[in-house]
Design a protein. Structure first.
Lengths: 105, 145
């Protein structure tokens, strides 16, 4: 059984490495991902952000504009996730206070 | 478990370093418009400053700085600041979280910049309070709290 596990792992690794060979290089300006228009000849979102981020929000940091303005719902969700994690820790871990010398529950 | 409560070196170093961590955290939050940074990173650094004091000086003394029971209300206040910023834009005729409709400044770009700052502050407060709250909850069961 162990041999089959190793075999599956090696085949999967080989598949991943083969797939990663087809990716464009980092910062390749001529990759399909970074062109002005996508493969289906519609405008890319990334080029819109690069052109208009500073003009729209008067903020030099493009990443801040994308995170907080264009993708505001996403950041609201992230913050809610963190808040939920805190609430769950509060509910699970906090001990109940003793009242009149005996435990409440 | 035996634990030495008052080690002068640890307490002095942590008390000296903690305000500078807070100052740098505020810089990261408010300079997020121009450099890498923002609410999440700055809030985490603020929480690190509070947790440093909690680790070195113990739970009782650090309650003077930041009480455990403030943490959860402060976290909800941070989320409400974010939500309220979006709701103000909604009330003044825009979409939810469309900061161009917040009635503060004249130009739309200026308004968006201020809206981004508001939500970064909300995120920072929420992240800081929640991390401190998780630390306090985890420590609640230990013997020397």
């Amino acid at each position: 059984m162990k041999v089959v596990n190793y075999l599956i792992m090696i085949v999967f690794c080989a598949l991943m490495i083969y797939a990663s060979l087809g990716l464009p290089n980092r910062g390749d300006a001529y990759a399909d991902l970074n062109k002005e228009k996508s493969l289906s000849q519609t405008p890319n979102a990334a080029s819109y952000y690069i052109h208009n981020a500073k003009k729209d929000a008067k903020t030099e940091n493009m990443v801040t504009v994308i995170l907080a303005d264009y993708r505001g719902y996403d950041t609201l969700g992230e913050e809610t996730v963190i808040f939920t994690a805190g609430l769950v820790c509060f509910l699970l871990l906090r001990k109940e206070k003793k009242k009149n010398g005996k435990k409440k529950r | 478990m035996e634990r030495k409560k008052d080690n002068p070196i640890v307490s002095l170093v942590s008390r000296t370093v903690s305000p500078f961590i807070m100052l740098f955290a505020l810089y990261v939050i408010f300079h997020g418009h121009y450099s890498p940074g923002g609410g999440f990173q700055g809030g985490t650094m603020l929480a690190a400053a509070f947790i440093l004091i909690r680790l070195s000086l113990g739970m009782e003394i650090s309650q003077l700085q930041f009480k455990s029971r403030w943490a959860t209300p402060l976290g909800s206040a941070g989320v409400l600041i974010y939500f309220g910023t979006g709701l103000v834009a909604l009330l003044f005729g825009g979409n939810f979280l469309d900061y161009g409709f917040i009635p503060i400044a004249e130009a739309v770009a200026e308004r968006r910049s201020i809206g981004i700052l508001c939500i970064e502050i909300g995120v920072a407060i929420a992240v800081m309070a929640i991390i401190v709250s998780i630390y306090d909850d985890l420590l609640e069961g230990s013997s020397d709290d």
